[in-house]
Design a protein around this ligand. Sequence first.
Ligand SMILES: [Zn+2]
Length: 362
Amino acid sequence: MRVIAAIVLVLSAIVPVAAQSRNDPNALARQGVTAMEQGRFGDALDAFTQASKLVPRDPSLCVGAGVAAFRLGQNDEAEVWLQRALTLDPALTAASQWLGEVQYRDGQVKDAIATYEAALKRDPKATALEKRLAEWQKETQLQERFYESRGAHFSVLFEGPSDELLARRVVEHLEAAYWRIGAALTAYPQKPITVVLYTTEQFRDITRLPTWTAAAYDGRIRVPIRGAFNQADELDRVLSHEYVHAVVAMLGGRNVPVWLNEGLAVTFEPGGTADAEQVLQRVSSRPPLAKLHASFMDLSSADARVAYALSAHAVRRMLDLRGPYAIIALLQDLARGGDFASAFGLRMAMRYEDFQALVARE
Ligand SMILES: [Zn+2]
């Protein structure tokens, strides 16, 4: 979703003049927008929160705070702000748009649908909402005929009784990953994680990911299953990988560079580090890490392989240099809205540029 466009649109109405003071809501709102544009979501949340204390009845400031909290991965906080915006102005489509998205990412698909349906009743011309709503309806219709298998920390949705054995195997693999990765990182998700098992066609249809992707995590672990996992090792690898994304989202929010997120996921796959080193040995040039902060989804399958391998190599190097606790602390800094290069320098005791030069040559 285009973060900035929606907020700037909302805020431009209330920020007519430049102003200076910490007690000036207009100045604070502008600071919030600038911080958002620069990816400093913690600063943005502070600025909008402060502005909202000064002008508590302004719904657009609540939207600003809600979006900043969402970007930090603080879904509960985001939901409170966006609900408050809608209480103040039920017709504020941007607030509904973000609230629905937060609810969806938090696994509350039915609430997300209700939010968009209510918004569309008020503003039938909001076509962006209509499109997203149709996707969510399709997804729930599909899942209404799904069965559920539960473990202590996971629940698995699957389509037919013939998949039940597989669903139980999925739970077993994930419970093992929960303890193995939890022990390595000393981090355990507090809420149960939902896993959805799809046929390959359903998976492409719902996620719209490139064909080289093996699975996905977007608040739920989504795995295309039929025929793809004849070997237990492959299933274990994919589930471990996606589980790490759930842990990273819990610790670091949505502001984590993709290379760090994918690097951790590959590193905790059984055999992941060794595979990555093999890939790197076969290539002559490596992309700079700075080019791997955004999604890999637009990369070709060959470039993606190198990107994943280099990411894993970089994470291995971080673990060797400072151990898992430094990485956890770095992720937590990012969740509070810290700038990546500064947080990296602090936690790794090394400048990010120097680290990039190191992983580029070794
Ligand atoms: Zn991944």
